[in-house]
Design a protein around this ligand. Structure first.
Ligand SMILES: Cc1cc2nc3c(=O)[nH]c(=O)nc-3n(C[C@H](O)[C@H](O)[C@H](O)COP(=O)(O)OP(=O)(O)OC[C@H]3O[C@@H](n4cnc5c(N)ncnc54)[C@H](O)[C@@H]3O)c2cc1C
Length: 442
């Protein structure tokens, strides 16, 4: 029986960008490791599909070049030549007013003098410097409501955080979702004062994609280490025997390893972990569903100016979508000539009921909204969709207590590392940075 147990030094659970990046750097260090993923393809949330000449991203659409690890990874993989940066339209973002697309002013100053906000709301903002510091563990909703007023939260903060987390700002922890803003407020007692005292105005980092889509990143790593990756291999249990971790694959094959790294979602780890208490904590991390609908449309039949990154909605807009990315207006190569690619995001905490509708019913509702929004009378020349049943992890008000229990678990269980997108950063570049840092100590 014991002979049938295979041995490897390190096992990585999950071949999303976290697991792949870690595997890649362990490979460069000539380490003995294997990566397992339940899916038949690599990349996890990174998933590009090319249909009728349209390059559709089911998951992330752009990645920020905001840390050294992501820059180094791209260079290491010799992907620099394939990088595509968005054109100048990227700086144009739209919100809705009375159902119409309105371009958001390009700076906070311009925003303040624009008519996006009422006079009352502008006065509230000016008084922000006199507000006392916020107590620990405050929701994003409460934080902005108190500091800048409800209108500011509803008009700007809610739509933008919906664009990243698709969650409910009443549950989101300001400290973990908006770390820099939180720290500024705690240090200076005011966000406005914090910005005024900031010595250097840091430039917004560039975002990017690749000529053939973001899967180039995960696929390139996969190609380099594919003999170390086992796809369609679900981890069904983890146990600890002395200092060794035992991992079951598809309830059949068993592996023993000295080091174990989980990059799988919190709910998936919760199902297979031997520690009941931590397993319960992991279960508390909620994930918002996202339905992604890609539409190829005829450019000349669009009557509104949609030259920009896209539009985000707020609940009071009463639209059947959270936001739309105007992909081909920032990356023209993603659609055939004369066509436009739109990526519509539906669901999140706000529209959970909506995505339970029959697909055709939902499609009609969404299309109806879009036709009105951009005055479109043309055909839909391409349609592609993807549902993330548990798409985006939420950094809710219970986040700190969950994370401290995860950290305690790691302290007690030497060589068991838990990482991924459900703490310390959700973006692709955050995941790459964490994986690279971990590879240094393994
Ligand atoms: C719709 C959407 C849009 C996004 N947009 C952006 C964006 O524009 N920019 C950005 O930077 N980020 C974006 N993100 C976030 C970012 O894509 C993710 O946070 C990141 O890709 C997560 O990578 P990961 O490797 O940590 O996890 P994942 O990609 O979730 O990978 C985990 C892997 O674990 C596997 N797995 C699960 N259970 C098991 C098991 N029991 N055994 C074996 N394997 C298992 C899964 O199959 C999966 O492949 C978006 C995410 C989504 C869903």
């Amino acid at each position: 029986m014991l002979n049938s147990i295979k041995k490897v030094d390190t096992i990585i659970l999950g071949a999303g960008i976290s697991g792949l990046t870690l595997g890649y750097y362990l490979h460069k260090k000539n380490k003995d490791f294997l990566v397992f993923d339940s899916n038949a393809s690599n990349g996890g949330n990174i998933s590009t599909k090319i249909k009728n000449g349209f390059i559709c991203e089911n998951g992330p659409n752009t990645v920020l070049l905001n840390n050294k690890s992501i820059k180094d990874l791209i260079s290491d993989l010799e992907l620099d030549e394939e990088i595509i940066y968005p054109n100048d339209n990227n700086n144009k973002r739209f919100l809705l007013r009375n159902g119409k697309l309105i371009e958001l002013p390009s700076s906070f100053g311009k925003f303040l003098i624009s008519n996006f906000l009422s006079l009352y709301s502008k006065i509230c903002i000016l008084f922000e410097i006199f507000k006392s510091k916020t107590r620990d563990n405050t929701s994003v909703y409460e934080f902005f409501n108190r500091r800048f007023g409800k209108e500011f939260h509803d008009t700007l903060i809610e739509p933008f955080l919906t664009g990243v987390y698709a969650g409910n700002t009443k549950n989101m922890s300001t400290k973990h979702v908006l770390k820099k803003i939180w720290e500024m407020e705690q240090k200076h007692g005011s966000i406005i004062l914090g910005f005024m005292k900031k010595k250097s105005r840091s430039k917004m980092p560039k975002s990017f994609n690749f000529k053939k889509g973001l899967s180039r990143l995960s696929d390139s790593i996969f190609q380099k280490i594919k003999n170390k990756i086992r796809l369609s291999s679900k981890i069904t249990s983890i146990s600890k025997i002395g200092n060794i971790y035992e991992v079951s694959i598809d309830n059949k094959i068993k592996f023993h390893c000295n080091k174990l790294v989980s990059t799988i979602p919190a709910y998936a780890l919760s199902d297979i972990l031997y520690d009941v208490e931590v397993s319960q904590e992991l279960k508390k991390i909620s994930y918002c569903p996202i339905y992604v609908l890609h539409l190829g449309i005829e450019r000349e039949k669009i009557m509104e100016d949609i030259s920009g990154f896209g539009v985000l909605t707020k609940p009071s807009d009463e639209k059947n979508f959270l936001g739309i990315i105007f992909n081909s207006r920032i990356f023209p190569h993603v659609a055939p000539l004369g066509k436009d690619l739109l990526t519509v995001m539906i669901g999140g905490a706000r529209q959970e009921k909506l995505i339970k509708l029959e697909k055709e019913v939902l499609f009609d509702k969404v299309l109806n909204d879009i036709k009105k929004l951009i005055s479109y009378e043309g055909k839909i020349v391409m349609k592609h969709d993807f549902l993330w049943k548990r798409g985006i992890p939420q950094y809710d008000l219970n986040h700190e207590s969950i994370i401290s229990k995860i950290k305690n678990f790691q302290n007690k269980n030497k060589n068991f590392h838990i990482m991924g997108n459900y703490f310390e950063g959700i973006s692709v570049s955050d995941c790459v940075e964490k994986a690279y840092a971990l590879s240094k100590i393994l």
